[in-house]
Design a protein around this ligand. Structure first.
Ligand code: PFF
Length: 466
C-alpha cells in the first residue's frame, strides 16, 4: 500500500514492522559478534555496560531514527531533509541521511562475506549429518584441530570465499528487488518466527547438555575492575551495531511505518528483543563451549571454530550444528536485507528508476567491495587501503570497512541524529511522532539532547585516540 501522494510503500501491519525491525537488529551482531566481544572483553563487566548503553544511548537514538523516517515517509536523506524543511532548518542536514546510506552500503558489502561463511558451515553440517548420522556427535573421529582448521581452510580458498559472498548477496538482492511487502516483509514474517523457534530449542539444548551454571556466572558476574575504557568502547560499538543504528537502516524502515504506530513503544520492543536475543545467544553458546573445556575468549573464532568442536562431544551434534547455522543464516539474511534496502530506496527514489534496477546497481557495487573483502583473507591479505592512517595501519580491506563504519560512521551518524532531533527539529513535530508522554518523554528528550551526544563524543574521541 502506498502512502498518500508519496508513491512510498508501507508495512502491512504494526507487527510486520516490528518483525522487520527486529529482523534487522537481530543478526550476526547478536549470534557471532556479541558472544565474541563479551568473551574477549572479560564477560560480566562488558555485558552490564552493554545493557547500560542499550538503555541510555541505543534506545533514545533508535526512537530518533525511526521517528525521522516516519515523519519523512521517504528514503533516509530525503526524510531528514523533509523534517529539516518542516522545522525551518537548513536542508543541508540531509547529509546525516546520506552518510548513513553510504555506511549501510559499506557494511552490507562485508556483512555478506560473513553471511557466506555461515552458508559454508550449513554445507559442512549437512555433509557431516550424512556421514555421522542423526544421533551421534558431530565430526565423528575427526581431530579437533581438523575442525578448527575448517575456517582457515575456507579463508585460504579465494574462489570459494568470493562465490559464497556473492551467493549470499544475490539472495539478499532477490528479496529487496521484490519490494517492501512481498520481499522484505515476507522474509521477516516467515523467517523471524522460524529463527525464534530454532533459537529457543538450541538455548534449551545448551542449558541441559552444556555447562549452564558456568556460562551464567561468566556472563553475569560483574567484576568492575575489568571495566576499562577499551571495554566500554567495545560495548557501545556493539550496542550500536546490534541495534542497526547510525547507518540509516532504522530510518528507512521507520519510513514504511503507518501513522498510527506508536514509535516509542515499538522502539522499546525492538531494543528488548534484540538485547534478549544477544543475552540468550551467550547463554546458548557459552554452556556448550565450556562443557567442551574450551576458552570463552576465542573472539571471532568462537562461533565458527569453538562451537563446531563443542558439537563433537554432544548428542545430536551434527543435527544441532546444522540447525544452529540455519538459524544464524535466517538472522543474517533479515539484517542484510535492511542494509541493502537503505541505499536501494535512496537510489530508486532519488533517480526515479525501477526498484529492480536500483537493487542491481547497489548490489553490484557491494559485490565489488565484497570481492575485495573476501580476498583480504587470502590473495590480498597485505593490502592495507588506509594504512597511512595510524588507526588503520596494517588493517586489511575487510577490517578497514568494519573499523571505518563502527568507529567513525556509526558514532558520528548518531551524534548528528541526536543534535538534529534534540536541538534543530521542531519540538512540536517531534512530540507528535514519538508516542511518549509524561516522565518518559522528558527523560527521552534529556537523553537525546545531553546524555547521548556527550557520551558518544567522548567515546568517539577515545576510539580515535585508541
Ligand atoms: N544489527 C545487525 C546485526 O546485529 O547483525 C547488523 C546491522 C543491520 C547493522 C542493519 C546496521 C544495519 F543498518
Amino acid at each position: 500500500m502506498a502512502a498518500a501522494g508519496s508513491g512510498h510503500e508501507n508495512w502491512s501491519s504494526r507487527s510486520a514492522f516490528i518483525l522487520a525491525a527486529v529482523g534487522s537488529a537481530v543478526g550476526l551482531g547478536n549470534m557471532w559478534r556479541f558472544p565474541a566481544e563479551a568473551g574477549e572483553n572479560g564477560g560480566g563487566a562488558f555485558v552490564l555496560f552493554y545493557i547500560f548503553c542499550v538503555i541510555l544511548i541505543g534506545l533514545p537514538v533508535l526512537l530518533s531514527e525511526v521517528l525521522i523516517g516516519r515523519h519523512g515517509q521517504a528514503n533516509a536523506p530525503e526524510s531528514v531533509r523533509r523534517l529539516a524543511r518542516d522545522s525551518n532548518a537548513s536542508e543541508g542536514w540531509s547529509i546525516l541521511g546520506s552518510m548513513g546510506v553510504f555506511a549501510a552500503f559499506l557494511i552490507l558489502s562485508f556483512y555478506c562475506v560473513v553471511g557466506g561463511w555461515v552458508a559454508y558451515y550449513i554445507g559442512v553440517f549437512v555433509s557431516d549429518l550424512f556421514q555421522t548420522g542423526l544421533t551421534g556427535g558431530a565430526f565423528e573421529g575427526r581431530d579437533p584441530t581438523d575442525i578448527e582448521g575448517l575456517l582457515p581452510g575456507l579463508f585460504g580458498n579465494g574462489g570459494l570465499m568470493v562465490g559464497l559472498n556473492l551467493g549470499f548477496l544475490a539472495v539478499t538482492m532477490f528479496f529487496v528487488a521484490r519490494g517492501v511487502s512481498s520481499g522484505i516483509e515476507w522474509v521477516a514474517v516467515y523467517l523471524m518466527p522460524l529463527f525464534f523457534v530454532l533459537f529457543l530449542c538450541i538455548t534449551i539444548y545448551g542449558a541441559f547438555t552444556g555447562n549452564f551454571g558456568d556460562a551464567v556466572a561468566y556472563l553475569f558476574t560483574f567484576d568492575f575492575s575489568k571495566l576499562t575504557g577499551e571495554v566500554m568502547l567495545a560495548a557501545v560499538g556493539q550496542a550500536f551495531f546490534s541495534l542497526s543504528l547510525g547507518v540509516a537502516g532504522m530510518m528507512t524502515y521507520g519510513a514504511y511505518a503507518n501513522r498510527d504506530t506508536n514509535l516509542g513503544e515499538t522502539s522499546g520492543i525492538i531494543a528488548v528483543a534484540d538485547t534478549g536475543v544477544a543475552m540468550l545467544a551467550g547463554l546458548a553458546i557459552f554452556p556448550i563451549v565450556f562443557a567442551a573445556g574450551l576458552s570463552a575468549s576465542a573472539g571471532p573464532g568462537l562461533m565458527f571454530q569453538s562451537l563446531p568442536i563443542a558439537f563433537q562431544a554432544m548428542p545430536f551434534g551434527s543435527l544441532i550444528g546444522l540447525a544452529f547455522f540455519i538459524m544464524v543464516f535466517f538472522a543474517a539474511l533479515t539484517s542484510s536485507v535492511s542494509l541493502l534496502e537503505a541505499p536501494t530506496a535512496y537510489v530508486f527514489e532519488k533517480f526515479k528508476m525501477p526498484r529492480m534496477v536500483a537493487t542491481l546497481i547497489v548490489g553490484g557495487g557491494a559485490a565489488v567491495l565484497g570481492v575485495l573483502s573476501s580476498l583480504s583473507f587470502n590473495d590480498m591479505a597485505e593490502f592495507y587501503p588506509l594504512g597511512f592512517i595510524p588507526l588503520f595501519a596494517e588493517t586489511n580491506f575487510f577490517d578497514t570497512l568494519d573499523g571505518v563504519t563502527a568507529k567513525l560512521f556509526m558514532p558520528i551518524g548518531a551524534i548528528l541524529t541526536c543534535i538534529f532531533v534534540g536541538w534543530i527539529a521542531d519540538t512540536k513535530l517531534i512530540d507528535d511522532e514519538n508516542g511518549l508522554d509524561g516522565l518518559l518523554h522528558k527523560t527521552w528528550r534529556a537523553l537525546v539532547r545531553f546524555v547521548c551526544p556527550a557520551a558518544l563524543l567522548v567515546i568517539l574521541i577515545m576510539g580515535l585516540l585508541g
